[in-house]
Structures are given as structure tokens and as C-alpha cells.
Design a protein around this ligand. Structure first.
Ligand SMILES: *Cc1c(COP(=O)(O)O)cnc(C)c1O
Length: 374
């Protein structure tokens, strides 16, 4: 039996009847840019996260860039980011002409390590980007207190944490401004690329909307050199239909995660993921750790199980960021985790039967490679 890493078709099947009439209307009226579908989604998503403003943009990478620029990040500024994240977090910093400063993650949750953040602060540091990785929030109490002490901005990367919360609130409402991505595979995914910036600050919202529309709030009046990054109208009905189901889908992910954790409880070869105290995890990814990961991954692939790695190369070791002068060994936690992490199939429509297959194959694979390694 094959188990896909993610099943997006099942999501589409649930929403198709709601989306198709709206798409037909948009096609007929040629209402492709802005309009009431986009306005409606922005209002609904702001309410869902618990912020005053949501500005839809073209994708999550643009969202991080626009959020950083709204927080005042300028060329030459340093921005502290975890070394274990999707490269988009760093690209957004680089595109401004600012410098990504990588820090290690903690060993339990693989989230940005506040102690490492504090060590990395210099006179040129402008902002910290906590990435709410794999579906749970970074340690915001500690990070907010560091930011306050040093006069830094917090710009959340909430691309993997739609609906996640911690003691102080929902991911996306925990700093001055937040960015999220609606890439199809995220917990809330569009039918293509899309993203959003979230904030309680009306000036930040206004700035992001202006910057993402060619630096313009009135047609052909250009206040600054902007970019073109807007949420396409055709994405809005998809996002609205999925948003109505997001709490239920996140709950289904939570059930699936507990089931994996239970099934793997007596399997010492597999380290299951932990949830930070006070966190409500939305399980964007279920990431275990195993020895001989590459061989386990290959065995799973051969058995028809869609597993993956998030992420195989810590950012400082990518060719893209080799120019920053970091060395192997500098971020021991992220580097050692990168050799062991393995993301199991995780999506709201994952069934108990499929999970049993995944776990059985994982146990077989780990047993086989440990024997082979001896
Ligand atoms: C997906 C993702 C992004 C960027 O999203 P795109 O919409 O693909 O540009 C940024 N940060 C993280 C952590 C992500 O997972």
C-alpha cells in the first residue's frame, strides 16, 4: 500500500463545490485584481489569527520581505534567523540588502534558540525572525524580552504555523508584524502561490499594502520604489473555503500526530517530536529522528511511503549562503539534526490505517539498517 507524503486532492475535493461558482463569477466579471473576495479573505484571516490587519501578497517569501521592510530593516542591517528553516526566510533578508545572521536551534524542538540569539546581537542588529517551525511557536516570551532589552523588532515567520498558539496568543500575532505563506502544501494552502502579512499596527499595514502595489496607494502616484506582490483574486475563494475548515483540519493533524507518537512509543530507534509546554501544535510536519536516516528514507521510498527531509542542509552550508563565511561545525545542534530528521506523511485526511502502514514500514526500515550498519 502506498502512502503519499501529502494528499492535496482530498482537500480540493472537499471545497470544489464552494469554489467553482466563485471562480466562474470571477472569470465572467474579469475581477482578477483585488475585489471583495480578497477583502473578505483578508478580514476573515485577520480574525482567525487575532490581529487587526491582514494584507494579502503574492507569496510567503514576499510576505517576509515586506514585513521586514515594514519593521524598518534597511540595507546593511543584520537580521537574526534560525539556521534550520526553509531558505525563503533568509532570501527575504538578502533581497533587502540586509545580512542574515544565522543562529542554532534548541535540541528538543529544533526551534530558534533564544540564548544563541542573544549571543548574536551586534550594534547592527535590527530584527529577529522567529520561525514557528513544523507547526509550533518559537519561544516568544524569551524572544520578546530580548527584543525589548536590545530595542530590536520581532518579525514572525508564521508560514508553517497557521492556527498554532502558545500562552501569549496565536502564531502571527506575537510580534510587531508577521508573515505567512499559503503555498499549496501549508496547513492553509492556495491553488498556487499566495501569502500574507499580519499586524495590529495600522501604519505597518498601510506601508505593506503600498509597497506591494508599486509603492502606490493612488493609481500612478508612486510614493516609493515598491514591488508587485498582491493576493490574486482567484486564490481568495480557495483560501476562504479552506479557512472555514482549518480548525477541524488542524484538529485532525493533532489526532494523527498523537497516533504516530503512541504507535512509536516503544520503538527506541525512532525519536518522536516533542511539543513545547504551553504550545498548541498544528503539526505542519511530523518530524522524527533516526540513525542512518538516508538509508531509512530510501527504504521507505522503496516501500511506497512518501517521507521527506525538512531541511537536509542547514542554511549556512548551502551554496547560496557560502559567501557569508560560516563553517561546518558552527551550529552543532542543527547540523547533527539535519542528518537525523525525517518527516513522515502528515495531512488532515491521513487515516489510522495508512499511519499503521507508515509505522510498520518505518520499524522494518530502522531494524534493517541498524543490522546492516553493524
Ligand atoms: C513556505 C515557507 C516560506 C515561504 O513561502 P513561499 O510562499 O513558498 O514563498 C517562508 N518561510 C517558511 C518557514 C516556509 O516554510
Amino acid at each position: 500500500m502506498r502512502v503519499p507524503f501529502i494528499d492535496l486532492a482530498a482537500q480540493q475535493a472537499e471545497i470544489a463545490q464552494e469554489v467553482l461558482p466563485v471562480w466562474e463569477m470571477l472569470l465572467t466579471t474579469a475581477g482578477f485584481i483585488g475585489g471583495e473576495q480578497v477583502d473578505g479573505f483578508e478580514r476573515e484571516y485577520a480574525d482567525f489569527i487575532g490581529v487587526d490587519y491582514c494584507v494579502g501578497v503574492g507569496n510567503g517569501t514576499d510576505a517576509v520581505e515586506l514585513a521586514l521592510r515594514a519593521a524598518g530593516v534597511c540595507p546593511g542591517d543584520e537580521v537574526i534567523i534560525p539556521v534550520n528553516t526553509f531558505i525563503a526566510t533568509a532570501e527575504a533578508v538578502s533581497r533587502i540588502g540586509a545580512v542574515p545572521v544565522f543562529v542554532d536551534v534548541d535540541v528538543d524542538y529544533l526551534l530558534i534558540d533564544p540564548a544563541a540569539v542573544e549571543d548574536a546581537i551586534t550594534a547592527r542588529t535590527r530584527a529577529i525572525v522567529p520561525v514557528h517551525l513544523y507547526g509550533q511557536t518559537a519561544p516568544m516570551e524569551e524572544l520578546n524580552s530580548i527584543a525589548e532589552r536590545y530595542g530590536l523588532e520581532i518579525v514572525e515567520d508564521a508560514a508553517q504555523s497557521q492556527g498554532a498558539s502558545c500562552r501569549v496568543g496565536r502564531a502571527g500575532s506575537l510580534g510587531r508584524v508577521a508573515a505567512t505563506s499559503f503555498y499549496p502544501g501549508k496547513n492553509l494552502g492556495a491553488a498556487g502561490d499566495a501569502g500574507a502579512v499580519l499586524t495590529n499596527d495600522p501604519e505597518v499595514a498601510k506601508f505593506v499594502r503600498n509597497l506591494g502595489a508599486h509603492g502606490s496607494s493612488i493609481k500612478y502616484v508612486h510614493d516609493r520604489v515598491g514591488i508587485n506582490s498582491r493576493l490574486d483574486a482567484v486564490q481568495a475563494p480557495v483560501l476562504r473555503a479552506k479557512l472555514r475548515r482549518l480548525d477541524a483540519w488542524n484538529a485532525a493533524r493533532r489526532v494523527a500526530a498523537s497516533r504516530y507518537t503512541e504507535l512509536l512509543a516503544d520503538v527506541p530507534e525512532v525519536r518522536v517530536p516533542l511539543v513545547r509546554p504551553g504550545n498548541e501544535d498544528v503539526w505542519h510536519l511530523y518530524v522524527v529522528q533516526v540513525e542512518e536516516r538516508d538509508r531509512v528514507l530510501a527504504e521507505l521510498g522503496a516501500a511506497g511511503i512518501g517521507a521527506a527531509i525538512h531541511y537536509p542542509t542547514p542554511l549556512h552550508l548551502t551554496a547560496a549562503y557560502s559567501g557569508l563565511g560560516y563553517r561546518a561545525g558552527e551550529f552543532p545542534v542543527a547540523e547533527s539534526a539535519a542528518k537525523r530528521i525525517l518527516s513522515l506523511p502528515m495531512f488532515p485526511h491521513l487515516t489510522a490505517d495508512l499511519q499503521a502502514v507508515v509505522v510498520a514500514e518505518l520499524i522494518t526500515a530502522t531494524a534493517r539498517v541498524t543490522v546492516g550498519a553493524r
